[in-house]
Design a protein around this ligand. Structure first.
Ligand code: ADP
Ligand code: MG
Length: 339
């Protein structure tokens, strides 16, 4: 199979919303009147973001999902994507599954693949995505105001929980794993929520590197601080159980803490999944307290839990309070490729 056969077979679909799609030296795209382009790239590298034996259908899904998540975080409507892909070989079965996963999600969000690049090399997947948003309504990181509420969508930490199991750091039961694995393998980008938050959220970001790290970007860009209430953070029932010592599903020994009979250090680990676990792809955003009620309405309309987790305060940094109001000692480090 030649490079061009490969592109034609696996990566060429109708692109009715592009003036010109795959097949020329560049695609031609027209943004609708009144909108600006929102452009973002996200790369998935084999060995860093996924393992060589990753399911190709799910990988195709996730390659696009992480990019859609950036559009969601900007309040942009995703329109087009280009895909730069390096492949060790032209494995047709793999390519068929990968492109099926990619296009299934693309179709769901009405996104067209309009170009890319295909080369031989260590497996590497890079999507650049193009969306549209009225310039004044883009959800930036820099708009949080003192007094705003901090909200997140969905629940936090399930992807980190699943990853820790796959890495052999913890041992979940089959049922527990089944409950948290989709968060890691099939993240659902919150595109509709991002659109609904136009004109409502004062700032937004998607959580790819962990809540504290990503909220930290909002705080820095907005030059404000935050107070979070740990007990308010939305977590799944599986992770909730891990945060409660008596029902901890693992002994300290299994967690690599042999002297931790009470499971307290284990609880600390699970707290970190919630606060610093990556790959959640939920949205974290700030909203004026006066608009609190509107959020319940958006949550109901989109059938997506939205939770107020704290507030923006004057100053810098983020303090997380436990249920008794004491500050939690947390490591605010999300994933950083160069640290
Ligand atoms: P050029 O040599 O002019 O850069 P290429 O030979 O790389 O063009 O690609 C030919 C056409 O196929 C271009 O329109 C390009 O955008 C598209 N293309 C290449 N790889 C992909 C891919 N993985 N997915 C979608 N389109 C692709
Ligand atoms: Mg090229």
């Amino acid at each position: 199979m030649s490079e061009f056969d490969l592109i034609r077979r696996f990566f060429t679909r109708d692109t009715p919303h592009a003036i010109l799609g795959v097949g020329d030296d560049a695609a031609l795209l027209q943004v609708s009147v009144g909108n600006v382009l929102a452009v973002s790239s996200d790369m998935l590298v084999c060995g860093t973001h996924f393992l060589p034996d990753a399911d190709p259908f799910l990988l195709g899904h996730k390659t696009l999902a992480v990019n859609l998540s950036d559009m969601a975080a900007m309040g942009a409507a995703p329109r087009w994507a280009v895909l730069a892909i390096a492949l060790p070989e032209a494995d047709e079965a793999w390519l068929a599954q990968f492109s099926a996963g990619f296009f299934a999600l693309a179709q769901q969000h009405d996104v067209e693949l309009v170009g890319g690049d295909t080369t031989r090399g260590p497996l590497n997947l890079c999507v650049t995505i193009f969306g549209e948003v009225p310039a004044q309504q883009a959800l930036r990181r820099s708009g949080a105001q003192v007094g705003d509420e901090i909200w997140v969508s969905g629940c936090l930490g399930d992807a980190a929980l699943a990853l820790a199991h796959l890495q052999g750091r913890i041992a979940l039961s089959a049922a527990e794993l089944a409950a948290c694995l989709p968060a890691l393998h099939r993240p659902q980008p919150r595109v509709a929520l991002g659109l609904a938050l136009r004109g409502i959220a004062s700032s937004a970001i998607d959580i790819s590197d962990g809540l504290l790290a990503d909220l930290g970007h909002i705080l820095e860009a907005s030059q404000v601080g935050a107070q979070l209430d740990f007990a308010a953070l939305p977590v799944s029932p599986v992770l909730r159980a891990c945060l409660t010592p008596p029902s901890l599903p693992l002994s300290g020994e299994e967690l690599g803490f042999p002297h931790d009979k009470g499971g307290l250090r284990g609880v600390k680990l699970f707290q970190q999944f919630v606060l610093s676990g990556g790959d959640d792809y939920e949205l974290c955003f700030t909203v004026s307290a006066a608009r609190h009620a509107e959020l319940a309405d958006i949550a109901a309309r989109h059938n997506l839990p939205l939770t107020c987790i704290g507030k923006i305060v004057a100053g810098r940094g983020c303090i997380v309070h436990d249920a008794s109001g004491n500050p939690l000692n947390v490591e605010a480090c999300g994933y950083d490729h160069f640290r």
